[in-house]
Ligand binder design. Structure first.
Ligand code: PLP
Length: 386
């Protein structure tokens, strides 16, 4: 039997694969320091867990609306208003299984075969795969370290065609930690209005910002109808395993997204939705403070090693230039990351996983102790040269 050509055209998530490799080594008894994870190392806050237990005890164990429980969608609508200056009503919000499914739902709802979606590289692994799974074509615009990994409007404009359906942006960014300035987002908004394409704005790291504020492009006048705001509870509240995220879009798009949701999953796990509702009452400022301290530590260590990288203003990643270390023992970022894992037992993700050669992504979602140990080993690895 021939498999679907669309499915065959994508590879499994490379970040998850690298994480798995590091875990396997650890299981085999090796002392591995893992900087591969895309999730906070904190436990889910207790009030959220208690809310899920309460929901279970109260018998909230049945199907809900396909688009999510009313209370949660109303609370998300309020959050978007207060935090982001956005005007999406509860009916325009669809709760999905994480930010990941929220993005897929929106892509599926807007795309016809051969439609083009612009993505910015380095790009989070799943954008390209999801576009392909929807039968479309990812069009890649490279951002560069010289510009702090903020793409150039002129370069985006250059790739637009009559088939361009949308663009996916991600700020704060995985893997670079870049926060797109408001001026760039206003220019992109103007281009979206002029050339009529949807902006899918992935804001899952919104709350993990250290030096610059987060700005949502959907708040620019005229952009509400042409923005799909994507957010999730995963990173902000250390809830990666609960699988709760959402999209906020025009009502027309939300209805299409709701249809997909109803046929694919019926609804997001009921008690997880009640847990997510509780999350809005949780103060995460200590977690953000801890991430900032770690960021400062990692940046100072990498600077002391004379490494080149983008100073990360948000999220919990640093994208490190390893081009001077390629061309000898290691031909590319993949070989470099495998070498680092096998020789020094330090896990980082190769830039190739983000469609970007010559770099590796280090997640600093680890204890200070692990950061120290892992960076000592990384330094020793670099000292051995090409
Ligand atoms: N978007 C980006 C940029 C991410 O890094 C991730 C998770 O790694 C997601 C979306 C998906 O998040 P969730 O776990 O809520 O599906």
């Amino acid at each position: 039997m021939e498999l679907s050509r669309l499915v065959s055209s994508v590879t499994p998530s490379a970040t998850l694969e690298f994480n798995k490799k590091a875990l396997e080594l650890a299981k085999a008894g090796e002392n591995v320091v893992k900087f591969t994870a895309g999730e906070p190392d904190f436990p889910t806050p207790r009030p959220i867990i208690d809310a899920a237990i309460l929901a279970l005890n109260e018998g909230k164990t049945k199907y809900t609306n396909a688009t999510g429980i009313d209370e949660l969608r109303k609370r998300i609508s309020l959050k978007l208003k207060i935090d982001n200056g956005l005007d999406y009503s509860a009916d325009e919000i669809v709760v999905a299984n994480g930010g990941k499914q929220a993005i897929y739902n929106v892509l599926k709802a807007i795309m016809n075969p051969d439609d083009e979606i612009v993505i910015i590289s380095p790009a989070w692994v799943s954008y390209e795969a999801q576009i392909r799974l929807c039968g479309g074509k990812p069009v890649i615009v490279e951002s560069r370290i010289e510009n702090g990994f903020v793409p150039e409007i002129a370069e985006i404009e250059k790739v637009l065609t009559s088939k361009t359906k949308g663009i996916i942006i991600n700020s704060p960014n995985n893997p670079t930690g870049a926060i797109y300035p408001e001026s760039f987002l206003r220019e992109l908004a103007a281009l979206s209005i002029e050339r009529d394409f949807l902006v899918i704005s992935d804001e899952v790291y919104e709350k993990l910002v250290f030096d610059a504020p987060h700005f949502s492009i959907g708040s620019v006048p005229g952009m509400k109808e042409r923005t799909a705001v994507i957010n999730a509870f995963s990173k902000t509240y250390a809830m990666t395993g609960w699988r709760v995220g959402y999209s906020a879009t025009s009502l027309k798009l939300a209805k299409a997204v709701g249809k997909i949701q109803s046929h694919l999953v019926s609804n997001v796990n009921t008690m997880a939705q009640y847990a997510a509702l509780k999350a809005f009452e949780v103060d995460t400022s200590d977690m953000v403070k801890t991430f900032k301290e770690r960021r400062d530590f990692v940046v100072s260590r990498l600077n002391a090693m004379n490494m080149v990288f983008n100073n990360p203003s948000g999220a919990f990643y640093v994208f490190i230039d390893v081009r001077p270390y390629l061309g000898g023992r290691f031909k590319d970022s993949q070989e470099f990351a495998i070498g680092l894992l096998e020789e020094k037992k330090v896990g980082m993700v190769p830039g190739s996983a983000f469609i970007y050669e010559g770099f590796v992504r280090m997640s600093y979602s680890s204890s200070m102790e692990d950061l120290k140990e892992g960076l000592d080993r990384f330094e020793a690895f670099l000292r051995e040269g090409k």
